[in-house]
Design a protein around this ligand. Structure first.
Ligand SMILES: *Cc1c(COP(=O)(O)O)cnc(C)c1O
Length: 366
């Protein structure tokens, strides 16, 4: 791992103003991703190099998805009755500056600075106990931190214990490792996963330049082990917010047998406003891509609603109303949830979502 002082020196950065930022939100960048930075401010740089706006932006929420409130036991988020999100690892390959769980970087919760400390989140016993005792849970998503940064024997133990619970039908792993630290995707890891099928792996990948030959190899190893691969991409201002970048990313993913799954609107995490795009941007980009690239390469565009109301696909059927700077969407329980809009986007959004009652507008002439 690269120390911030060394990184700043190498790139002749004025580290002074950024010291307060990294004290609050530590810097973490893998050697592999650093090699993919070609110039200051490029898409890889923007995702991982601290920015003073992380401290000055006070909009947003510490825990935008109310994960702490939805955790019946520590590090297990139970939002939907039949699936749980289990934060098994306290360590990530890189620290994305727009991370939803920045609150967990601080203090004891994440021992990222102590590479020799345990990588497991505390509370494994109680999480397993909760899953075993709740027969409605069919789908367990492992996240963190990054599950693939756990020592293999620890990951093996978790998978083994989960597979002893008959009602757990599917295990999913969310990870940035295949792109950020592809050297950790070994034949041993692939063999371990293949012993516990069905296991789905969702890789987090935001820009075509993250799909290096090494990342392609890592995905090949997993795909050859029979692991279905999907991807999650966060829509990020000045990183990937245009159709040519995302079209290239989604198509390249498909070529390496990764099926684009979610394109996500940035969460309302405090200190990340400089990454947030208007909702209309994602809709516009997908409209331009649809039918121009393979349908298999088109992900769902979703908002993870603030307050823990769940993910909602941004399709006209789910949008009830757009007014006074708010978009009222329906969540999976049929409840209305409001989402704040950027002022200038209301009109365009109404046009993009032209179908639903109260929203109907003539489609703009081409
Ligand atoms: C995203 C998420 C899931 C999985 O949702 P899918 O739409 O099935 O991928 C489950 N639990 C929580 C808490 C989540 O945030």
């Amino acid at each position: 791992m690269i120390q911030f002082a060394d990184f700043a020196q190498k790139w002749s950065l004025d580290a002074g103003p950024l010291e307060a930022v990294v004290r609050e939100h530590p810097f973490r960048l893998s050697g592999h991703f650093e090699r993919l930075i070609h110039r200051i401010g490029d898409p890889v740089w923007r995702q991982f190099v601290p920015d003073v706006r992380e401290l000055s932006d006070l909009s947003g929420l510490e825990d935008p998805l109310a994960e702490e409130n939805l955790s019946p036991v520590p590090n297990l988020v139970h939002r939907y009755p039949n699936r749980v999100l289990w934060l098994v690892s306290n360590r990530c390959a890189v620290h994305c500056r727009f991370c939803t769980r920045k609150r967990k970087w601080r203090g004891a919760a994440i021992s990222h600075c102590n590479a020799d400390g345990p990588a497991q989140m505390p509370g494994h016993g109680s999480a397993l106990h909760f899953i075993a005792g709740n027969t409605a849970i069919q789908d367990v998503l492992l996240s963190g931190g990054d599950p693939l940064l756990l020592p293999l024997p620890e990951l093996a133990e978790i998978l083994l214990k989960l597979r002893q619970i008959p009602h757990v039908r599917i295990v999913r792993i969310g990870t940035r490792v295949p792109c950020a630290m592809p050297e950790l995707v070994t034949p041993e890891l692939a063999a371990l996963l293949s012993r516990h099928h069905p296991i789905y792996v969702n890789i987090h990948c935001n820009h075509p330049s993250e799909l290096s030959p090494e990342a392609e190899n890592a995905c090949r190893l997993l795909a050859d082990a029979g692991v279905p691969l999907g991807s999650q991409t966060v829509l990020l201002k000045e990183v990937n917010d245009n159709e040519s970048i995302l079209g290239e990313l989604f198509h390249h993913l498909l070529e390496i047998r990764v099926r684009p799954y979610y394109l996500m609107q940035m969460d309302l995490t405090r200190g990340t406003a400089h990454f947030r795009t208007p909702v209309s941007a994602g809709l516009r980009i997908l409209r331009k891509l649809r039918n121009h690239i393979s349908g298999l390469a088109i992900p769902h565009f979703v908002i993870d609603l603030p307050g823990g109301h769940g993910k909602t696909a941004l399709i006209p059927e789910m949008v009830r109303e757009i007014k006074k700077g708010q978009m009222i969407v329906e969540n999976y329980l049929g409840r209305p949830v409001s989402y704040p809009l950027l002022q200038f986007e209301e009109e365009e959004l109404v046009e993009l979502l032209h179908t639903r009652k109260g929203l109907s507008r003539k489609r703009p002439a081409k």
